[in-house]
Write a protein that binds this ligand. Sequence first.
Ligand code: FVH
Length: 301
Amino acid sequence: MTQNSTQASPVTLLGLGAMGTALARTWLAAGYPLTVWNRTPARAEALAAEGAKAADSAAAAVAASGLVVICLLDDASVGTALDGVDLAGKDLVNLTTTTPAQARARAAWAEERGARYLDGGIMAVPPMIGVPEAGGYVFYSGSRELFELHREALAVPVGTKYVGEDAGFAALHDVALLSGMYGMFAGAAHAFALIRREDIDPVAFAPLLADWLAAMAQGVHGTAARLKSQDYTSGVVSHLAMQVAGTPTFLATAEGQGVSPELIRPYFELMRRRLDAGSGEEDLTGVVDLLLDRGAARISA
Ligand code: FVH
C-alpha cells in the first residue's frame, strides 16, 4: 500500500460480492482510481460514497481501466458478465474460483479477444483482505510478464504467490489446498462425534485436536520428499503394517460410540489395499498412487 493517487494506475473491479467489496476497499484506501461494476447496482452505492466510480455496465467498467480484476461467483457468471464486451488490449485478472480446465479455457477465450490473462485463486476469506498479518494470499498463474507488470497493484489487498505459466495452476493449487482442508475437517468431524455423547467439553477438547492436527500436518513434508524420490520406505517411522493393524481399534471405537465410520473407512480401505500389495514397510505415501490408479481406471473406463 505504498502508492498514492498520483502514481497508481486505474483498476476496474467486476463483482461486488463479499470478496469483491473487501478487495475494492483496499484499492480505494491505497489511493487507486477504482471503477466498479456489479450486476445488482445497489451493491456499488457504498463504494461510490467511498470514492469508487460506479459504472453502468460491465462494458463501461472494462473501458475505464487497462487492468480489469474479476471476482464473480463462478466461471459461468464471468462468461455472462463479459459477453459481447470489447476486451481488446485489456489485462484481465480473474480471481473467480474455477476448475483448472475452466481457467485454461478462459485464458484462451481472453486471448482470442485480444486481452492478456492472469488467473487467481484466493486463499483468504473476506475479513483477511487488507489485513497482512492474517496471512492470506492469492495464487496467480498465466503470463509471468503480466503478473510482474501488475504485481504492486495485486499485492494491495493480500499477498501474492505466482505458481507458473499454465493458467490452470492457480486454480489447481487453490483446489488442492482446499481439498486437503476438507480432509482435515472430515477427520475433525469424526473426532468430535466420538466425544459428542460423553462428558467431555468440546471447547476443552478443541485445542488438543488443533495442536495434534498441526503437529501431524508436518508429515506432508515427508510425503512430498518420498513422492519426489520415489523411495517410500526410507526414514519411515510409523509403518503401514502397524497402522493397518490399528484400524480395527478405530472402527470398533466408532461403533462403540455410536458413530458412523463413513468418513474414515474409505481411507482405511486404501491403506489395507496398499498393504495387501506388499507395501507394509512404507508409510501412507502409497495411498497417493492408489488414488491416481483408480482415477486413471475411471477415466479409461
Ligand atoms: N467469500 C469467501 O469466503 C470465498 C473465499 C475464497 C474465494 N471465494 C471466491 O471468490 C469469488 C467471489 O466470492 P464472493 O464471496 O464475493 O461471492 P458472493 O458474495 O456470493 O458474490 C458473488 C458475485 O458474483 C455476482 N454474480 C453472480 N452471478 C452472476 C451473473 N450471472 N452475472 C454477473 N454477476 C454475477 C454477484 O452479483 P449480484 O448477485 O450482487 O448481482 C456478486 O457480485 C467466488 O468465486 C468464490 O468462490 C470467496
